[in-house]
Structure formats: C-alpha cells, structure tokens
Design a protein around this ligand. Sequence first.
Ligand SMILES: [Zn+2]
Length: 381
Amino acid sequence: MKCIINGKVLLKDRIADNLAIIFDEKIEKITELKDINVSDYEVIDAGGKFVSPGLVDMHIHGYLGEDASDGTADGIKTMAEGIIKNGVTAWCPTTMTVSKAEIEKAFDCVREVKNSGEYYGARILGVNSEGPFINPSKKGAQAEEHILKPDADFIKKHSDVVKLFTVAPEVDGAKECIKKVSYETDVLISMGHTNATFEEANAGIDGGVRHTTHLFNAMTALTHRSPGVVGAALSDDRVSVELIADTFHISKGLFNLVAKIKGDKLCLITDCMRAGGMPDGTYDLGGQEVFKEGIKCLLADGTIAGSVLKLNEAVRNLYENSDLELNEAVNCASLNPATALGVADEIGSIEVGKRADFAIADEKFNVSMTILGGEIRYKGE
Ligand SMILES: [Zn+2]
C-alpha cells in the first residue's frame, strides 16, 4: 500500500495539512499523519507541495501534433501520455465537425483504445463529439460542409463510447434529437455553436440540454435586452458550462463572475488542438490551416481556432483571477467535470473509495508528479 505525506491536500471543501492519504488502486484511507506508522507504507513525499485530485479534461481535441479526429490509435495514445504530464488523469478525446465517415472512424478508434486498456496515459472516459449538429452561422473553426441535421439515432448508435455531444438547440430537428437522446441514453447534451435566442436556449434546456460548450465562444452573447445562450446557461442551475480559461478566448475579468454564478457547475476545459505542447507554427484543424503563436491559434481569416491551453494552466488562471480558493479552482477541473459526465462516484476528488488519481503541484500549479490508479505515471522535477 502507498501513502502520500507532507502535502497540502486539496480536498473538495478545504485545504488540509498533516494528512496521510493511503491508497492502492483506490483511496483506502485519509487520516492524520500522526495516526499512522509511515514505515508500513511505500511513502510518496509531496515535499510541501499541493496534492490535487487528478484533473479531468472533458473537451480536448489534440496534443503533441496529434488530433482525435485523425482516428489513429497511436495518436490517442500519444495524447493520453502527453496530457498526464499536465496532471490530467481522465479525458474525453474530442472530435470536430469533420465528415460523418471520419467522425465514426474516430469514434471506433477511441472505442478500441479505451476498451483495450492498452495505453499508458490518462484514462479515456469516452468521446466528446463537438457537432456535427451545429448552426453554420456560429461554426467558429468547424467546417461548414460537414454540418448535419441533428440525428438522435447517430448518437444512440455510439452511446457506448460518446459521453457528450454538441447541438445547436434552435436548428431544424434539434428539438426531437435532444428529447430522444435525453430519454433513451445517458449521453450529456451540450448546447454550443448556436445562434439560439434566450427563449430557444431555455426550451433546449427544458428538453434535456444540461451542458454548454465553451461558454461565450460560438454562441449568442448576453446583452441586456437579449440574454442569449450565455444568459440562459448562466441563469439555469440545471446547466453546467465549459470555460476556456486561457485569458485569450475569454477575458480574465469574467472568470470571477462566472465562478460566482455557476459554482460547482463550472468546468474548466482546454479545447486544445494538435499544436498543444508544440512550438509556434502552422497546424491542421479539421482540414483547415491554423497558425499558432504563443497562446493564440487562429485561422487565416483571424477566427479563433481552438487553444493550446494546458488544464493545469487553466486552474492557475482561474485561481489567480477569481476569489476562489485553490481547492475550489481545482474542483472546476476535476470534480465538476466528473459530475457533469456522471463519473463523480469514481473520480474527481480525494475521497475514500475513489480511484487513486492525483497530481502533485506547486503554488503556480506546475505539476511535478501524476499518479493514476495508484501508480506513478509521471515524475518531473
Ligand atoms: Zn472544441
């Protein structure tokens, strides 16, 4: 049995010193350090750093030159191994609005890698299908020619591997699709890439929408006479929201406001594309050329095209630009997405009975060790 000591433990409701976390594959016991005999255990000394639950990235397309939409097993494995260095222990490979055949190939690939268990990195929870049932007028960096009319049967067919998908609730066929998917599957329905009015968004929520794809980006804005999708997502407690907290997609001036309103329904995501973890240059995103410079990724026409954010950086950005305590900022990248995805009984927080997934990080949330299911899978400085 292993034991983490000498860390500031980020529990879901407080930060605790002087604890010992005892675990195998799962967390067996959390107790005061003075109450155990450390020589009984294989000790991991956190060196005074923070001990965080493993992070959960529910919306990430690519990393290290790979992209989930490529539909290659090696690509998925490379991504899983890359993001574990950022403290991520569970993730949803995310497809773009590419052709239906390519989307299904990507689903099949994720299914195969996930079910085989033959990969070393962060645990695959299932696919996030971003589109293809979106509104062309809010396509962002999604390819217009591949946008399809909402089809519940497509999602149902792949509901063994699809964890969530994006739909514009106002487009033709969306209402029926939302209703059917919400009645007949456990797939999380997210509104996004949408031109819905406040009323149309509310009707979508009443039908079964429970999540919001990258709040503010590619949706109707909140104005005082027209609250839009942003207004609907912020005001309805049934709905969780994703935030790309890179300070570029969304002004950092909004982080505190959203955190105050959405509380435990705020989910940090990266929306990272294949240029993540790579040098500046030109990359492909769903068949379109993207130019990466620093934290910005743009199409030739200046449209924002995904990010190169790392989830541990998102935690730091939220923490540094809000009133949240560090454990609360961490919840937004662990417990909250796990809850939205319906897996919070297994992962997302440091609690007895949950999987022993941890990240050890400094005060800037730089990750120096990641533990997955009780095994050290990454060890840096
Ligand atoms: Zn995305």
